[in-house]
Design a protein around this ligand. Structure first.
Ligand SMILES: [Zn+2]
Length: 174
């Protein structure tokens, strides 16, 4: 076939040449049967719907980074009034500023690098809980529902991000 005329892929509108078997961009089978082509598009549609759902989960998880910053900030204000030692107050304030700042930074960063930001956020959150538990064993029970919810959202978010990346690779979406 000498026809060099460019066609547009029925699936992703990428340009292709008549003799091509598959779309370079999305893998659509140009030479396949009608059934194969329909099945390809149906499968892709299902994955695109999954992607919308997964992206919502990622967004919720990223928002929980803001929640963590807020919870640390509020619980620090409450704890602040129970400290009497002046040196302890300085250390306490510095720690609070660093932690709140870190989670706010992770929340902003999660817009562009959700996987890394969520994994860092989860690790930092667990480290804080472990340190608190060592310093004050009774603190584990305090706000346990919040803690479980936050860890749950972060883990779900990380799993959703990984799934999103896998589907995007399959669908060849940037
Ligand atoms: Zn295509």
């Amino acid at each position: 076939m000498e026809n060099q005329q460019l066609q547009l892929c029925a699936c992703c509108t990428h340009q292709y040449q008549l003799e091509d078997s598959f779309c370079d961009s999305c893998g659509y089978p140009f030479q396949g049967t009608k059934e194969q082509q329909d099945a390809y598009i149906a499968n892709r549609t299902v994955k695109e719907i999954d992607l919308v759902d997964l992206n919502k989960k990622v967004k919720t998880a990223c928002n929980s980074l803001y929640w963590i910053a807020g919870i640390i900030f509020i619980s620090s204000i409450l704890a602040f009034f129970t400290i009497e030692d002046e040196n302890e107050i300085v250390i306490f304030l510095v720690t609070t500023v660093i932690l709140v700042g870190a989670f706010l930074a992770l929340a902003v960063w999660s817009k562009t690098k959700p996987a890394t930001a969520l994994i860092s956020g989860l690790s930092l959150y667990i480290i804080i809980q472990v340190l608190n538990m060592i310093a004050e064993p009774s603190s584990i029970a305090r706000g346990i529902i919040f803690k479980v919810l936050i860890i749950g959202y972060l883990i779900k978010g990380i799993m959703a991000v990984l799934e999103v990346e896998k589907i995007k690779k399959e669908l060849n979406i940037k």
